[in-house]
Design a binder for this molecule. Structure first.
Ligand code: GTP
Ligand code: SPV
Ligand code: MN
Length: 578
């Protein structure tokens, strides 16, 4: 790789604090990182990406398998030969004048048989510093690797950040990832989406486990029992927020407490007890900044006051940071592009100019989250009682429903739809199907992925119950019907009670829906009509959605498991006759 990229220097990261200080000082001198107010935000820095490099670029992300069918119809595909050839052209001499950093990292605790090791080469200090927070990295990983010998080969170069020379390439058959031409999060922190989801999902199918885009949270109940749930929502649809929620006053008085195990990725295995256990391969969070404040997500606010990397947020005159939906707007500041900005600034069309990019982010250690679980370092993870799927849908999907069986649950997961957000390039607000929130992250044919989910269910003695939620239902005027955030615990409480068969539900064509009386709504002031709308099933709208699901599934042809058709036919029958 060095021969191809021609760096001036090669530096092996040891993961020490001294190294961190050294690299940061260097990045301050070039402007790659900007030091923030060290008395108000100790250990915090700001980074600004290139203006055309602010989210994952899914259209430039490829699964490079020998056979196109193995990538499937939902992935971009390129042959390995062509992918290596195109990337090599771009990479030739790309690190001249730069340092190549070598980052040994472990997804999952170092030395665990369930962990995966990677080595990332990169020419970005921003990447090194993010990896230091997100993953276990440095000499300890290298020591272990030397006795084990197997790792994912990860190569990243910013090159010149030109979108026309940007490629995010995955070679599952070679256990290799090459990323060129970007400096943004999910494109370049190769342990995260590239390894822990795309490569890991490929390995998980072969090895009989699941690599999922899910948060993991523990709910401590009034009697002291802790039950764990895993939840898959598409990007920027609420995983980080749910994972560290603070119970609303009424539920806190009852004795509820939340334990955060993970906010983005879950690796799940069947253990000897016949249950599904989930572990978080990461140790940091790369969270969405806009909308985060001390009311919506107080635990995140407490976590990001120190040792945090901020990306594409507003820089205030006192060298602290701000974003849309944060607590107090500054009168004058510098926006995410580095230009003078104030909250009244308008563009040529008269629309407000955003100070922070809508996909601006913070990178912070999970250990700083007040609700962090002591199970984060347990290689076995935690036993999962419920799996929750969800999306961002203004209409149709009710606040919550329980599926009838594992098979029905897999079908519901496979048909998740969500409105596009700023986390990916595309038309904001447009509805797209995003099975299990894994559409951009499944490293192989999604039809085979559904089959793998069905097989996993058959292997478990006590499979988790599967639910669907929607925090984002709106009325005709575009107002959210449900207050969301901490209040979501009221729904999770119902979900866990359902798992134990302790609470009632209405059987509807789509699943078991909460009765108003079975949700604890004390202290919430929601009009009856809103609750009714939140729990309603509109049969004709569901039949329309079903037609859209059938169209979506057509692309998989004969490879789609029969069970998906069975479930669609059964739903249609229930909607028409039940
Ligand atoms: P990724 O990191 O991209 O995978 O996103 P995520 O799924 O972790 O989403 P996150 O929790 O960061 O939330 C994304 C946006 O949705 C933020 O602006 C939140 O403030 C907002 N949000 C989260 N939960 C809720 C909710 O319950 N209701 C409403 N209305 N908004 C929410
Ligand atoms: C997501 O988009 O789902 C993220 C952010 O968690 S990124 O790491 O950029 O993929
Ligand atoms: Mn994510």
């Amino acid at each position: 790789m060095a021969k191809m990229c021609q760096p001036d220097r090669i530096y092996w990261c040891d993961g020490s604090d001294a190294e961190k200080e050294r690299l940061r000082a260097q990045a301050f001198s070039t402007g790659e990182l900007i030091e923030l107010n060290q008395s108000k935000l100790p250990g915090c820095v700001l980074h600004r990406t290139a203006e055309n490099d602010v989210a994952r670029t899914e259209h430039l992300t490829f699964i490079c398998t020998r056979r196109k069918e193995d990538a499937g119809p939902t992935n971009n595909w390129m042959s390995p030969e062509e992918a290596y050839r195109r990337a090599k052209e771009i990479l030739a001499g790309s690190m001249k004048g730069r340092t190549m950093y070598v980052i040994p990292f472990s997804m999952g605790p170092v030395g665990s048989p369930f962990s995966k090791i990677g080595v990332q080469l990169t020419d970005s200090i921003y990447v090194v510093e993010n990896m230091r927070i997100m993953a276990r990295m440095g000499s300890k990983v290298l020591d272990y690797l030397c006795s084990k010998g197997e790792f994912t080969k990860c190569l990243h170069s910013k090159v010149d950040l030109d979108v026309n020379k940007r490629l995010i390439l995955h070679f599952p058959e070679d256990n290799t990832i090459w990323s060129v031409g970007s400096g943004y999060g999910g494109n370049v922190l190769l342990g995260k989406k590239c390894l822990a989801l795309r490569i890991a999902s490929y390995l998980a199918r072969q090895e009989g486990w699941l690599a999922e885009h899910m948060l993991i949270m523990g709910v401590e109940e009034p009697n002291g029992r802790i039950e764990y749930v895993a939840a898959a929502f598409p990007s920027a649809c609420g995983k980080t927020n749910l994972a560290m929620l603070v119970p609303p006053e009424g539920l806190r008085q009852k004795g509820y407490r939340i334990w955060t195990v993970g906010d983005d990725i879950a690796w799940m295995r069947i253990d000897t007890d016949g249950r599904l256990w989930a572990a978080n391969p990461e140790i940091g969070m790369f969270g969405v900044a806009p909308g985060t404040n001390s009311k919506t997500n107080p635990n995140a606010m407490l976590a990001i006051g120190k040792n945090t990397i901020y990306t594409n947020v507003v820089l205030k005159p006192d060298r602290t940071v701000w974003w849309e939906g944060a607590d107090e707007p500054p009168a004058e500041a510098v926006d995410w592009r580095g230009r003078p900005w104030n909250p009244n600034l308008k563009d040529e069309q008269g629309d407000p100019v955003l100070g922070a990019h809508p996909n601006s982010r913070f990178t912070a250690p999970l250990s700083q989250v007040p609700s962090v679980s002591f199970r984060l370092d347990h290689h076995h993870g935690v036993p999962i009682s419920a799996i929750i799927f969800g999306g961002r849908r203004a209409c149709l999907a009710p606040l919550a429903y329980q599926t009838f069986s594992w098979q029905h649950g897999v079908y519901v997961g496979a048909t998740i739809a969500s409105e596009l957000t700023a986390a990916q390039y595309g038309r904001h607000g447009e509805l797209r199907r995003d099975p299990m929130a894994m559409l951009p992250f499944c490293g192989y044919n999604m039809a085979d992925y559904f089959a793998h989910w069905l097989r996993m269910g058959a292997r478990m003695l006590q499979p988790p119950k599967i639910f669907h939620v929607n925090w984002f239902r709106q009325n005709q005027n575009g107002r959210y019907l449900w207050p969301g955030f901490g209040e979501n615990l009221r729904v999770v409480e119902w979900i866990l009670a359902r798992c134990r068969g302790e609470v009632e539900a209405v059987t509807t064509p789509v699943g078991y829906i909460p009765l108003k009386s079975s949700l604890d709504l004390t202290g919430l002031d929601i009009p009856d009509d809103d609750i009714k709308a939140l729990l309603e099933v509109d049969r004709s709208a569901w039949l329309e959605d079903l037609a859209d699901q059938r169209k979506f599934f057509e692309q998989f042809g004969d490879r789609l498991p029969r069970e998906m058709h069975t479930e669609m036919d059964a739903l249609e029958y229930r909607l028409k006759h039940f």
